[in-house]
Design a protein around this ligand. Structure first.
Ligand SMILES: Cc1cc2nc3c(=O)[nH]c(=O)nc-3n(C[C@H](O)[C@H](O)[C@H](O)COP(=O)(O)OP(=O)(O)OC[C@H]3O[C@@H](n4cnc5c(N)ncnc54)[C@H](O)[C@@H]3O)c2cc1C
Length: 390
């Protein structure tokens, strides 16, 4: 069994690491300062400039098909790059990307929505969650009624990432309540903000924040149906499924960097006349973190590899998301403990990670939903114990 990277994988990973280290990390002090002054993280314009700089290094559209100017990288390589991105706490991501379900757009819609989103000229958000439907996404109620050449959307979405900045939303709505959500009763729509929806910022413990979107009889032309009528819920599930190996990939980068800081601190900080790293209590925290980090790494790469095989990645991705999210929460907690009072201050990024990584156990399927998927696959015989080697 070969666990090494190919020369190409290593070269691309190393270039991504170089970019993050040389171009993005130097902005971290500024971001920490801004946060201490209660200002939001780096401004969009600064992040945009970084993306354009990264484009010159060849990083543009990691998952975007080549015909749209992207790299269309295999999932394993994308995972490796997201781990590098995770090493900085700056909310940076490489440019040239669009949500996977936007590729269901027809030719006209591609010109109006997909291409400008890839170019960074338009900002999108994806909205399925509602005040009464999160884990139980099949319980959505936002209604779209046909009226001549239009649809009229009424209802509310909540916790929508980018909801405050987006100029259009991909919204999953109920179009035929008789059929039910799983039976073809939902449809996805491309809805410009200018068509009349409002957003309300939601304060969270993390940087930035999602938004609630309010639809008060918003008129949407029929040509703005995304994909097929009746397939909205499936698109929603496809959107959610996409991120499941990416979220833990970034978790890995955070954990690697945080653990590196803890090792360094354990080797320098002295109490009772010796380095704190000479105490078994500290050594065990380092050891447990390293073991969990390594276990998460292989679950994540296995999930990405499953995508590259063209196999159904859901089971592997759920395991990677569940374990990766738990791992990074545990590692960051120990790293804070090892740093003592310094870990709790805003001089260092640890308290920031502590707040940021908590989300990983909640969004795009909570821990409990991942466990539900994994156990259901076993109970119904969809997967064998031992996976593809069984
Ligand atoms: C910062 C942030 C960004 C987000 N971005 C988006 C976005 O861009 N687009 C979007 O559509 N949504 C988004 N979400 C919504 C997110 O996906 C939901 O919050 C998540 O799916 C959980 O739903 P909920 O909050 O309604 O919790 P609930 O579903 O109400 O669950 C509450 C608790 O009960 C548990 N639970 C529920 N059912 C069961 C069960 N059957 N068995 C055991 N335990 C159960 C859950 O695991 C959880 O612990 C975002 C959320 C946050 C916080």
């Amino acid at each position: 069994m070969d666990f090494s990277l190919t020369d190409e994988e290593r070269a691309i990973r190393d270039t991504a690491r170089q970019f993050i280290t040389r171009e993005v990390m130097p902005l971290e002090q500024e971001a920490l300062l801004r946060e201490r002054r209660q200002e939001p993280g780096l401004e969009r314009g600064v992040l945009r400039e970084l993306q354009l700089k990264a484009k010159k290094f060849g990083f543009w559209g990691l998952s975007t098909p080549e015909e749209y100017g992207g790299m269309n990288l295999p999932a394993v390589l994308q995972s490796l790059i997201w781990t590098e991105v995770g090493r900085t706490f700056i909310q940076f991501r490489f440019g040239g990307e669009a949500d996977n379900i936007l590729y269901y757009a027809n030719e006209e819609q591609k010109k109006e929505y997909l291409l400008p989103t890839i170019e960074g000229e338009r900002i999108s958000c994806f909205a399925i969650t509602e005040p009464g439907a999160g884990s139980d996404a099949a319980n959505i109620k936002l209604r779209a009624r046909r009226d001549g050449d239009d649809w009229v959307l009424t209802g509310e979405k909540t916790f929508i990432t980018n909801g405050n900045d987006a100029d259009f939303a991909m919204v999953v709505a109920v179009t035929d309540p008789e059929k039910g959500v799983r039976g073809g009763g939902t449809t996805a729509f491309l809805v410009d903000r200018s068509m009349g929806w409002r957003s309300e910022f939601i304060q969270t413990m993390g940087e930035g924040g999602p938004a609630a979107l309010v639809f008060d009889d918003v008129r949407v032309p029929h040509r703005n149906v995304l994909g097929e009528i009746g397939k909205g819920f499936q698109l929603g599930m496809e959107w959610i499924g996409k991120g499941r190996y990416i979220i833990p990939s970034t978790a890995l980068g955070i954990a690697e960097r945080a653990l590196g800081m803890a090792v360094e601190y354990a080797n320098t900080r002295e109490t009772f006349g010796k380095k704190i790293g000479e105490n078994q209590a500290i050594q065990w925290m380092l050891a447990d973190s390293e073991v969990e980090l390594e276990a998460a790494r292989w679950l994540i790469l296995k999930a990405a590899w499953t995508v590259d095989q063209g196999w159904d990645p859901r089971h592997a991705s759920s395991m990677a998301k569940l374990y990766g999210a738990a791992m990074v929460n545990d590692v960051v907690d120990r790293v804070m403990q090892i740093h003592g009072g310094m870990g709790y201050t805003r001089e260092l990024p640890i308290e920031r990670w502590y707040r940021q990584v908590r989300l990983m156990r909640i969004y795009e399927g909570t821990d409990e939903m991942q466990r539900l998927i994994i156990s259901r696959d076993l109970l119904r015989g969809y997967t064998k114990i031992g996976g593809h080697l069984a």
